[in-house]
Unconditional design. Sequence first.
Length: 97
Amino acid sequence: MRGEAVLRVAGETLVLRPSFAALVAAEEELGPLFALVERAAEGRLALGEMVGLFWHCLRDRPAALTRDTLGDAVTAQGLTRAMAPLKMLIGQILAGR
């Protein structure tokens, strides 16, 4: 579906959706979205920022999932695999729906 990306964590498929509420929560924690996008474009986006954006954009977050578990999963699968959902989220932030 347009506007959504998937991320695999512990064999489970999680859906990331950059809704208005999710982006406002991410911005409150991570700072302005335009600055986040600029850091990502320059290769300066920190792992914690990426996981934070993913965390806030999780749709139907499993009750047992913690932010640390999400971060461990992103680290375990490697940044290359995490780039696809990150690119989709950034694209949606810039282009809208």
